[in-house]
Structure formats: C-alpha cells, structure tokens
Write a protein that binds this ligand. Sequence first.
Ligand code: ADP
Ligand code: MG
Length: 308
Amino acid sequence: MTARPLAESRLPLPLLRRGKVREVYEVDADHLLLVASDRVSAFDVVMREPIARKGAVLTQISAFWFERLAGVVPSHYVSASTDEILERLPALRSRAEEIQGRSMLVRRTHPVPFECVVRGYLSGSAWVEYRTAGTLAGEALPDGLLESARLEPPLFSPATKAESGHDLNVTFETMATELGRELTTRLRDSSFALYRAGRDHAAARGIIIADTKFEFGLDREGALLLIDEVMTPDSSRFWPADQYRPGGPQPSFDKQPLRDYLAGLRSEGRWNGEAPPPPLPNAVVDATSRRYLEAYRLITGRELGESS
Ligand SMILES: Nc1ncnc2c1ncn2[C@@H]1O[C@H](COP(=O)(O)OP(=O)(O)O)[C@@H](O)[C@H]1O
Ligand SMILES: [Mg+2]
C-alpha cells in the first residue's frame, strides 16, 4: 500500500495536541499515539504541500534510535509498527493508510518542562550568543571559534518549552533551580550520552548531527523516560559531512532544496518570509522528499519500506 502524502491526520481518538508537524492522540490513561504528518516548515513557516514519506521517515528514525539507545536511557517507545498498533487499536483499522509508518505508540508521561539541547557544533542561536557575548548557555567559550566549529566536548544548552513563540535558552543553573540539581544533572548526562552515541553513529555514515534536542518525562512511578522524537532532522541540525566547511552556515541535509528555493523567492521580492507560504513546485517537493528518504537510509542502513 502506497500511502498518499498527508497534511494532517484526523483519527477517531481524542486529540490532545496538534503541533507544527505532529498530532498527539490519547489512547488510554497510560498511552499516547504520536502521528507525524508530512507537513514541513522552513524559516518557521509551515508549507502548504506535504512532503511524501516525511512523516514516516521522522517516526522510523526515532524508532531506530529508541531501539538502539535503549541501553543508554529507557524511553517511552512501545511500537512504531503499524501492524502492531492496529492489533492494539482495532478502532483504527479503517484508517490504516492514514497512520501507515508515521505513527508511534508510546507511554504517557509528565513531560519535564525543559528542552535538553546538546550542541556538538556552534550554530544557530548558539553562534549568535557566542558572537555577541563570547558565551554559550551563559558559560564562557574559548576566543576565536568559527561559525559551525566542532565543539569538543559537546555542550549542554537547555531551553524552556515555550507554549507559544520561541523557546528561551537558559543556563544549567536556571534549570537546576527549578528542577533540583540531581534531576538536572541526570538530564544533562543522559543527553550527553545519547548525543555522543548518535553523533558517532551518524558521522560514520555521512551525516553530521550538529545539535539536537531531547525531551524527557516522568512516568507514574517517577521513572525518567526519554520521550518525544529522537535525533530526527526535525529535532536536530543534520549536515552533509562531505560539505562541512567551518567559517559560515552549513547546508541542511534535509531542507536545503526547500530553503534554496524560498531564499531565491525572497531575494527576488516574491515572498516576504512570512505566512502564507508560497506554492512549491513539484520538483522542490520531490527533491525534499528524496533528502528525507536518504537521511533515513544513511542513519539506519535500510531503505524505508512502503509498509513500515
Ligand atoms: N511520552 C510522552 N508523554 C507526554 N507527552 C509527550 C510524550 N512524548 C511527546 N510528548 C509531547 O507531545 C508534544 C508533541 O508536540 P510537537 O508535535 O512536538 O509540537 P510542537 O510543534 O509544539 O513542538 C510535545 O509537547 C511533547 O512534549
Ligand atoms: Mg516539539
């Protein structure tokens, strides 16, 4: 079954949240169903055209990491197999095409209200902070680092989870004041362990995971679980390793065809960079889809099957 690209799911389950890209449904008191649509955003604007297979790529990359990193940190992951999910949720049988490959059954938690960002390269808001203040997450860094420089060791730069608007970068101390030092230290050390494992794995396969964001939650018994999505192109910066040149911004492994097209429109004065988005040519949509599939293939070493 070849699933059609999906702009948003509408399943017969209670909808808890519709994010920029994913829908979160309630399954029961202890489980959620996360459904990644094929929506894509660039420059913070969600495009109208869905990107074929993107949702399945995101979900199955997360599933790969949850399985592979289970020994590093326990997670909320239950299943990303559509057959298994339909087995457990027969009410969704008629919606098999809608959830195919893109859905993940997870254990429900109380999310920790901070994003645990790890940076192995100096980019984005971290580069802006360093350039203006010489610091990252409030801590001094050596002088003379270039934009996109590799950071060894990687740095922890947490952010608050803003309900609306942009997340706010905070220091380790701010987080420790709110959550306690013990939990904050565990979150930081778990994040480092996950990132190092992911960075090394991806680097050997041609993708630099420049930085990434982890989320954690506490289950009913108070156990700490890794939640949300893990080291996907949407929660991380993926760079093509063979094009890495410190001293400026790097191309995005997944979104560069889309960004280049939009940047072209902006420089010609044909788009102001804000919603509503411009229509995308098929060639741009297809090129972006191919990039996501390539990211899946490189990270996992497998082709994304039609049925996964
Ligand atoms: N196991 C879980 N338990 C509770 N909440 C979760 C779990 N996994 C993910 N979430 C939450 O689901 C939401 C997913 O929203 P998301 O699609 O990321 O939207 P946004 O665009 O706002 O980031 C996040 O708030 C995340 O913290
Ligand atoms: Mg999110």
